[in-house]
Design a protein around this ligand. Structure first.
Ligand SMILES: Nc1ncnc2c1ncn2[C@@H]1O[C@H](COP(=O)(O)OP(=O)(O)O)[C@@H](O)[C@H]1O
Ligand SMILES: [Mg+2]
Length: 263
């Protein structure tokens, strides 16, 4: 079943598979390898008139990495996510996703970018009056997928997240953990090279959170780069993944195999 996530032949993934921009350092020298999935170069974001949400953030996330972003409320975590989806423009600095310079990306290419970046949120964002199957099918239909493709892809991805038997259930008939699995299934059904999660276990109990983390870990192992915002200290500590810590819009720590706080 993991084949589903490793096969990247899908045309919808093409935006990030065919980069048009190579980062340069101003002297025309390439500074970013082709293996980078996300590059932030001295990114400042000021919400007018005077809220400095990011005060000059730089990092590189390589293809295939699993990275936690941690930090207190208001430290700029969600701002980074919105910048990566081009829902916001940086005030200054540069953001490159899959080789694409987002500040130079045409408006018309933004939907394609968002198809290449799967998103999972704390509150699931499922349609209340639709079944698990329909929630995923709806996302595919919006992208112009054929009914034949939908009938093939949705059962596959539901099986991947362990919910083949709940295809007909509406969100109110599913547990919180099951609802989050549906939203993960919806996020990865078209094999995006990058998956972004904003506190995906924020509303879940510890045992359920472990299952969600195992699923995300499996998706990462199959090749998807994952950037995950989390407040879950225990989980972040246990995973021993790279941790980027923000405070007041600045990166205060970037540790290869880190924990929630420096020990
Ligand atoms: N649309 C907005 N307009 C003005 N200020 C905002 C807006 N969104 C966020 N902020 C402010 O920017 C800072 C960073 O917010 P955010 O990125 O949401 O932090 P986090 O996700 O880490 O809690 C906070 O001070 C927040 O109040
Ligand atoms: Mg936030």
């Amino acid at each position: 079943m993991d084949d589903l996530l490793t096969s990247m032949s899908d045309t919808s993934a093409a935006l990030l598979d065919a980069p048009d921009a190579v980062a340069t350092n101003g002297n025309g020298v390439a500074t970013v390898s082709a293996t980078a999935m996300i590059v932030l170069e001295d990114v400042r974001k000021v919400y007018e008139p005077d809220v400095v949400a990011l005060g000059g953030a730089s990092f590189v996330i390589e293809k295939g990495e699993f990275v936690f972003v941690v930090g207190p409320s208001g430290s700029g975590k969600s701002t980074i996510i919105r910048l990566l989806l081009k829902e916001l423009e940086p005030t200054t600095g540069r953001i490159i996703v899959g080789g694409r310079d987002l500040t130079r990306l045409k408006r018309s290419k933004v939907p394609l970018l968002r198809r290449n970046v799967g998103c999972v949120f704390q509150d699931f964002k499922l349609l209340r009056d639709r079944s698990a199957f329909e929630n995923i099918a709806y996302a595919l239909r919006v992208q112009g997928e054929s009914n034949t493709a939908i009938r093939r892809k949705v059962p596959e991805v539901l099986a991947l997240v362990g919910l083949a038997h709940k295809a007909a259930s509406r969100p109110d008939e599913l547990s919180g953990g099951e609802q989050q699995r549906v939203s993960i299934a919806r996020a990865v059904v078209n094999h995006p090279p990058l998956l972004i999660c904003d506190e995906p276990t924020g509303n879940l109990d510890p045992d359920t959170s472990v299952g969600i983390m195992q699923l995300l870990h499996r998706i990462n192992t199959a090749g998807t780069t994952i950037l995950m915002v989390s407040h879950d200290r225990e989980m972040v500590d246990k995973m021993r993944k790279r941790v980027i810590a923000l405070d007041h819009g600045l990166i205060v720590r970037d540790e290869r195999r880190g924990g929630y706080e420096t020990e």
